[in-house]
Design a protein around this ligand. Structure first.
Ligand SMILES: NC(=O)C1=CN([C@@H]2O[C@H](COP(=O)(O)OP(=O)(O)OC[C@H]3O[C@@H](n4cnc5c(N)ncnc54)[C@H](OP(=O)(O)O)[C@@H]3O)[C@@H](O)[C@H]2O)C=CC1
Ligand SMILES: CC(=O)N[C@@H](CCC(=O)OP(=O)(O)O)C(=O)O
Length: 315
């Protein structure tokens, strides 16, 4: 019997990408709301409660409203918004987070899908905290370069509907240093201080890389080999996490990093760059793949007990 799946927000950037994944599956029965009624509370409620899995691809307030409409105890909600990512009653939808996370996703009916920048940041930092290489009190900064689809329909229209030369260059944003992913970056790593996080959006659709600098003089016993060993251990057997070999320039283009290098996959590449004094930890992913819709499908697969890679592209 096919699993019944509903996407609330089916016309948005994440919703459309989810539909791309779901329509290829013959173990899924897609519940399609009539377009004219997709914002009708009563009709959404009917669909939400008929679903085994309901994906919410909505702004935060609309997500909160959708959750309040769910009365069926068997409906599993997977929310793509920021609304519930640090809520203790919800499970963070990152199976690779730590031992036991898959079991939590399997058992939970409320799964929050990680933010795109946060996914990359957490995947870089959590193994180092767990391995005792990074004290939770260590102050970190992080830089992210992302494609404009991360800003949803409005930002896509802004970039694709203009010849404004200001949009032709990368644009740093969230300069008040209060980006909305900071709470989950702290909560899912155990860091005491939120990082100084500076995202930059560039004139390309999708692809993202987060980079975290480390001054090794401030961290006793840490070097590239120790970080690499911690990642290799933490992500052993994880099919969507690729820990790249140390000192291997073959993943760079003549010394440059291609932040679009994981596009159209659910893969995350982790790289350790630098030298004996300073390291740069790099995570690269598709912000619409592992950073949004791919991660949501992966969590659904884990929750339903399907093959975790079902419908997802690794290469
Ligand atoms: N884009 C990305 O890379 C990522 C996005 N996210 C998160 O996913 C969520 C969706 O983002 P994204 O797809 O980019 O956003 P979009 O703006 O592209 O899409 C949001 C969709 O929600 C619809 N919508 C708004 N209010 C309601 C409502 N009350 N009832 C039903 N539908 C409604 C919108 O309708 P209409 O078409 O009429 O405007 C739109 O189709 C957000 O919370 C975002 O933060 C998470 C990770 C990455
Ligand atoms: C380019 C851009 O604006 N990107 C978004 C992040 C997209 C994402 O991860 O989504 P959530 O909105 O679900 O957190 C931002 O930085 O706010």
């Amino acid at each position: 019997m096919a699993f019944k799946v509903f996407v609330d927000g089916q016309e948005g950037t994440t919703g459309l990408r989810l539909l791309d994944y779901l329509t290829l599956r013959d173990d899924i029965e897609l519940l399609r709301i009539d377009d004219a009624k997709r914002k009708d509370r009563k009709e959404r409620s009917r669909f939400l409660n008929a679903a085994d899995v309901a994906f919410l691809c909505l702004p935060d307030d609309a997500s909160r409203e959708a959750v309040s409409l769910v009365e069926n105890p068997d409906t599993c909600v997977i929310d793509a918004s920021t609304a519930f990512r640090t809520d203790p009653n919800w499970t963070y939808g990152l199976p690779e987070l730590a031992a036991g996370q898959r079991e939590k996703i399997r058992a939970s009916k409320r799964i929050s899908n990680p933010g795109c920048h946060a996914s990359a940041f957490v995947l870089l930092v959590r193994p180092l905290i767990d391995a005792g290489l990074l004290p939770p009190s260590h102050p970190l900064s992080a830089f992210s370069l992302t494609g404009y689809s991360g800003g949803g329909k409005r930002m896509i229209a802004e970039y694709e509907g203009t010849s404004d030369p200001r949009l032709a260059s990368p644009r740093p944003y969230a300069l008040g240093l209060m980006h909305k992913h900071l709470p989950e970056m702290r909560a899912q790593t155990g860091l005491e201080l939120a990082p100084v996080f500076t995202p930059v959006v560039g004139p390309f659709l999708k692809g993202l890389s987060v980079q975290i600098p480390l001054q090794l003089a401030t961290l006793a016993g840490v070097d590239a080999a120790a970080v690499h060993a911690a990642y290799t251990r933490h992500y052993a057997g994880e099919r969507f996490i690729r820990v790249l070999p140390l000192d291997d320039e073959s993943n760079l283009d003549a010394g440059f990093l291609d932040v679009q290098g994981c596009n159209d996959t659910n893969r995350v590449d982790l790289m350790i760059c630098g030298n004996a004094e300073r390291l740069l930890l790099v995570a690269r992913l598709d912000n619409l793949g592992k950073g949004a819709a791919g991660a949501a499908i992966q969590s659904m697969n884990v929750h339903l007990g399907c093959d975790e890679g079902s419908g997802l592209n690794l290469d």
